[in-house]
Design a protein. Sequence first.
Length: 301
Amino acid sequence: MPKKILIQLDCDPQPSTFDAVVAVDAGTDVLLRHGGVTVENVVSLVHGGMFTRGGADLASTAIFIGGSDVAVAEAVAARVRSTFFGPVRLGVLVDPSGANTTAAAAVVAAGRHVPLVPDAAAVCRAVVLGGTGPVGQRVARLLAGKGAHVAIASRSWERAEHVVRGIVEATGLPAARFEAIEHHGAYRAESAFARVIAAADVIVAAGAAGATLLDTAGRRAAVTARVLIDLNAVPPAGIEGLAAGDKARTDGGAVVYGAVGVGGTKMKIHRAAIGRIFTANDAFLDAEDLLAIGERLEAAG
């Protein structure tokens, strides 16, 4: 059996040490780390992995694509995919800034307490605060993919609407499953934001560190919310009253999670995904694939 070689392609000047440590802990034998990866220079790096092993041995070489600029990393991922041909391809995991594994973990956590798949009785209604950021966009798309109605909240309605259109165009999901909402942090009664918060079953805060996106007044207005998830680990909390370590803590009528509380599931998904790309060289794992991995892990206990 050849050694498992992971080619870490990071779009930042220095490859992420976090991603490197997870790769080693997931069983990678040899880690080849490359920083400053771009659409222009990635092909030769990929060719080096494609043409050095043949047959079944090719599955023992895989690629991880990361970096803090999600748009750049996704462009690199598209270029990597286009480089493959026929059976000459490598397993790929795409997880810039941990956006895909974090979003998948958040949706798995929500699904523990709220049926996300619609039935004849009801459709889950979700609000994603900071929904135009990299993690928020993926949380929104994964929730909608399960059948939820998702309000994407942003300080700019135009930006939120642009994200809605982008998700619909990229995924083919029905536009009716999304709504763009303007929200500036402080809760205001009689606003569109107040309407969606009052009807929400699930609220996920995925904004940048340092901003409270749902204050105490907003939490009081969220009378039907059954799950609150704050993916910001840096004080102040994105949802007032939540702590980073919260994990399925009951708070009033809701179950609450903080970033660390979701982090255990995120790490399990990340490690399992590394294992997956070493078992099938046609695997190309993006957000939806990572959610499927998370759901299988959840079902297995």
